[in-house]
Ligand binder design. Structure first.
Ligand code: PEP
Ligand code: MN
Length: 368
């Protein structure tokens, strides 16, 4: 993917960030036109609206379907805006291309499915319009960089050269601050491997909540993203999909005005980006260590109840030697791994001994 063209001819390269904005879903012709007029005023480059909506569970609003295509065309014809919509299979691709759309994105669930990606790629190739299309491929829902690259390659192999990635975060089980975990290192690695591939950030689907959009936009700009795709609806609370994460065009204007755009091509900025990545990884390390200590304390309580000694030498030896083996296979020095795990083990023992001591001091705790 070395001969990529700017994703949008007259925009990329001249302006950063490219702004794509619009409602999660097209709901009615008036809703689409009202949002598009307000967003055009803000100088938004591309208007987005989904007409086929992938819903996690049945029974939700699944998009207006092909009846929305003329609404999008009206945005283009009357307001002169570029318009984009999501396609997820052969028939969507065929309908969107037959209607003359020139910008499409592929959603995160579709990007995770090689059969669907190939079907879309084949439809694009057969249409004979690959050269004039701009295709943006969201990251797959699961944090699998190879799958994302594979999805991009299928579209590239169909003849598309205006190709870009959209980082919209990755699914994680349970409740978290973000709706989809950013895992910045994944798009970061994509950018490292394909420096010519434009990557946009979708703070709406990463954050899942309005108040997270502004800080995520700034973070994306600081990390050198080419653009942003943001969900915007004139009456977000009444939106038929993704209500919590949509902002009014007015709020979007405030977010965009407050963005600080730095030239991240400067070496100091790239260094800053890498340092932020190191900070993030160190925090991850601390969290993992903390979880390990919590499990060790549970083990300490179990040993106390079963009158077992805190340190069991054979277990200690197994831990150190197996971690040294694994670390060496990953390219780290066995001495380094021995030092790290000796320190980790010492802290685990200290925390377990503390539990024993507390139980001796407090006769309420049954020591049996
Ligand atoms: C969307 O952009 O509205 C959408 C459904 O996105 P994703 O594929 O990221 O969930
Ligand atoms: Mn959405």
């Amino acid at each position: 993917m070395n001969d990529l063209l700017p994703i949008i001819d007259d925009i990329t390269g001249k302006k950063r960030p490219i702004i794509i904005a619009g409602p999660c879903s097209a709901e009615s012709q008036d809703q689409v036109m009202d949002a598009a007029r307000a967003l055009k005023q803000l100088g938004v480059d591309v208007f987005r609206a989904g007409i086929w909506k992938p819903r996690t569970r049945p029974g939700g609003f699944e998009g207006v379907g092909v009846v929305g295509l003329p609404w999008l065309k009206r945005v283009h014809d009357e307001l002169g805006m570029r318009v984009a919509t999501e396609i997820a299979n052969h028939s969507h691709a065929e309908a969107a291309l037959a209607f003359g759309l020139d910008t499409i994105w592929i959603g995160a669930r579709t990007a995770a499915n090689p059969f669907a990606m190939q079907e879309i790629a084949d439809t694009i190739r057969a249409s004979g319009r690959a050269a004039e299309l701009t295709v943006l491929v969201k990251n797959p829902v699961n944090p699998d960089l190879e799958l994302w690259i594979g999805a991009l390659q299928r579209i590239y192999n169909a003849g598309v050269r205006r190709l870009g990635g959209i980082h919209r975060g990755f699914t994680a089980y349970g409740k978290h601050i973000y709706r989809n975990q950013p895992q910045w290192h994944i798009p970061f690695e994509l950018a490292r491997r394909y420096p010519n591939l434009p990557i946009l950030c979708d703070p709406s689907h990463i954050g899942g909540r309005r108040e997270l959009i502004s800080p995520l936009c700034q973070q994306a700009m600081d990390m050198g993203y080419e653009g942003l795709i943001i969900e915007s609806h004139c009456d977000p609370d009444q939106a038929w999909s993704d209500a919590a994460q949509q902002v009014t065009p007015e709020a979007l204007g405030v977010i965009l005005d407050s963005l600080v755009i730095r030239d991240v091509r400067q070496t100091t900025e790239s260094l800053g980006m890498m340092r932020r990545e190191i900070d993030r990884l160190d925090n991850e390390l601390l969290e993992v260590l903390n979880r390990r200590m919590a499990v060790c304390r549970d083990v300490g309580r179990y040993k106390l109840e079963h009158r077992m000694p805190v340190v069991q030498t054979s277990r200690y030896k197994d831990i150190i030697s197996s971690r040294m083996d694994s670390g060496e296979k990953m390219g780290m020095s066995p001495d380094f791994i021995r030092n790290v795990f000796t320190a980790v083990h010492e802290e685990s023992v200290r925390q377990q001994v503390k539990i024993h001591n507390e139980s001796n001091e407090n006769p309420e705790t049954p020591a049996r």
